[in-house]
Design a binder for this molecule. Structure first.
Ligand SMILES: Nc1ncnc2c1ncn2[C@@H]1O[C@H](COP(=O)(O)OP(=O)(O)OP(=O)(O)O)[C@@H](O)[C@H]1O
Ligand SMILES: [Mg+2]
Length: 504
């Protein structure tokens, strides 16, 4: 990306909008670009609303007089003769003002053939229509391994001087991916203070600090799932698909010529294991699982805020990649966007658009794993071929799958399951979802527990009889979903033949 910024600056793009909250790092990057600028080095000037224009690297009081107001600053920039890069830091609150917009347009017009560029630096993207065509937007990425290595090396030299093995170093670096430079300094310091050193043993401290920092912004969350894929009953096709791709993000797969998987969508009846299997994939693939909470992306407090939230979350996910980005209940996330009927002043349409664009263009190994159960609420664009690698449909479990689910949940709670007749339980639970089977089992256990005895087959049967499964109370919806999915999605259950045999 720094390469990209370099190219834009050298190619005399007059107005570059750099989205970042890391001002210092971004300024350094720009200063480096300015120094290696051709045909000659360029100076860098920084404008802030408190000090006006100050040359980069100079003390703040060495300011250009009367450049505190945005228009005066831009006027000064227009008059400035030599090639230079001008960083405007606090402009976004003013950018909608007619005078500011006008000044910027004048500046752009005056820049032709001058080797001058303006870089607007802001934590969020906000561009008035008048400037949309003139500005190029760039996301300043979070530090990569190389930059983190500098932070770590500095820290090690300052604090312990002890050499790290290559593996320990790599683990410590990887553990901090996804953090800003300041944050990575903080977590290394915290780990150091906790145990008095920073070695391979402290990787877990760094990781858990990172998880907290990432959660603090409220949109992404690290999920840890102890269950393995074996705790999911049935869904053999889906499991096979996932298992085949266990090594899809390795160097070996690239060398073999395989493309990077983009993502999958799991549609299906409520309570049949969609979220569960998505979570266990993290373990299967050995990749971190980041849940994107779409509900939290929306923020009406300021224009552009929601977009900024989404960008930041995606940026974090990319820097932690390879990773799985888990969007549970995608249908709810984009309910307000175009094509879904609702409207909220266009925010969700824009968010939806940005998300699609990101999915389309992403190069980094972030695998999107989305689940949904209300297809009619999903914007059609998601279902178009090629958006996801595969769309799976998770139906109510088949009789065999129900046995499997009983076996899994009984084993989880009691070692000896030979006392139970799984086949009978399966027959008695026709139309039940996995979640309902689990709930019936728990109800049976409570019943027996209250009577201070071990629970039995009969307790489970009684609980099953007392339950009215969703597939009956909401028969219409379930049937509609099933009819819809039969045509368009791949069945997650054992085989197509088996799936077609099923009748409900
Ligand atoms: N196939 C299954 N195998 C084992 N357990 C299951 C299965 N399906 C559901 N369960 C149990 O039910 C719980 C709820 O399932 P899960 O949250 O994965 O359903 P879902 O398909 O995501 O439903 P929703 O559409 O309501 O989000 C799981 O945590 C698990 O304990
Ligand atoms: Mg779910």
């Amino acid at each position: 990306m720094k390469e990209e910024l370099n190219i834009l600056i050298q190619a005399q793009y007059p107005l570059i909008y750099l989205v970042t909250s890391e001002e210092e790092r971004a300024e350094q990057a720009i200063s480096t670009i300015a120094q290696s600028s051709k045909p000659q080095q360029r100076r860098v000037y920084v404008w802030t609303v408190t000090h006006g224009i100050v040359e980069y690297g100079q003390p703040r009081n060495v300011t250009q007089h009367n450049t505190v107001s945005p228009e005066a600053a831009i006027e000064w920039i227009i008059r400035h003769k030599e090639p230079a890069i001008f960083i405007l830091k606090d402009l976004h609150p003013f950018i909608d003002a007619p005078a500011t917009t006008r000044s910027l347009r004048d500046a752009i017009a005056s820049f032709k053939g001058t080797n001058k560029n303006i870089v607007l630096m802001s934590p969020m993207q906000q561009i008035p229509i008048e400037l949309e065509k003139e500005v190029v937007v760039l996301d300043f990425p979070l530090p990569d391994m190389g930059e983190l290595n500098k932070v770590l090396t500095y820290h090690i030299n300052q604090n312990q001087g002890r050499r790290l093995t290559t593996e320990a170093r790599e683990k410590l670096l990887r553990a901090a991916l996804g953090l800003t430079k300041d944050e990575s300094e903080k977590v290394y310091r915290k780990a150091q203070v906790t145990t008095g050193r920073l070695t391979e043993d402290e990787v877990d401290i760094v990781l858990s600090e990172k998880k907290q920092l990432i959660r603090r912004n409220g949109i992404l969350e690290y999920i840890e799932e102890d269950e393995t894929i074996d705790s999911v009953g049935g869904l053999e096709e889906l499991k096979k698909w996932l298992t085949q791709r266990s090594n899809a993000f390795t160097e070996r797969a690239r060398e073999y010529g395989l493309p990077q998987p983009k993502g999958m969508l799991i549609l299906g009846v409520p309570g049949c294991g969609k979220s569960l299997i998505a979570k266990t994939t993290s373990r299967l693939w050995g990749l971190p699982l980041l849940r994107l909470d779409m509900g939290r992306v929306y923020d009406g407090s300021m224009v552009g805020r929601s977009e900024a939230n989404l960008r930041n979350a995606l940026k974090t996910a990319e820097s932690i990649s390879p990773a799985i980005l888990f969007i549970d209940e995608l249908d709810k996330s984009f309910a307000g966007s175009a094509g879904s009927g609702d409207s909220d002043g266009g925010t969700s349409s824009r968010i939806f658009g940005s998300f699609l664009t990101w999915m389309q263009e992403k190069k980094s190994p972030v695998f999107v794993m989305a689940t949904a159960n209300r297809v009619e609420r999903l914007p059609g664009e998601f279902l178009r071929k090629g958006r996801f690698d595969e769309i799976f449909f998770v139906d109510l479990p088949t009789p065999e799958e129900r046995q499997d689910i009983f076996r899994i949940h009984l084993t989880k709670r009691r070692k000896d399951i030979s006392r139970f007749d799984l086949q009978q339980l399966s027959t008695m639970s026709d139309g039940f979802s996995g979640a309902e089977i689990e709930q019936a089992l728990i109800a049976a256990m409570y019943e027996a527990f209250a009577q201070e005895r071990e629970f039995t087959q009969l307790d489970i049967i009684a609980a099953l009889k007392a339950t009215l499964p969703l597939s009956r109370t909401m028969q219409e919806q379930v049937t509609a979903l099933r009819d819809w999915a039969r045509q368009r999605a791949r069945p997650a259950a054992a085989s197509v033949a088996e799936y077609q045999r099923m009748e409900f």
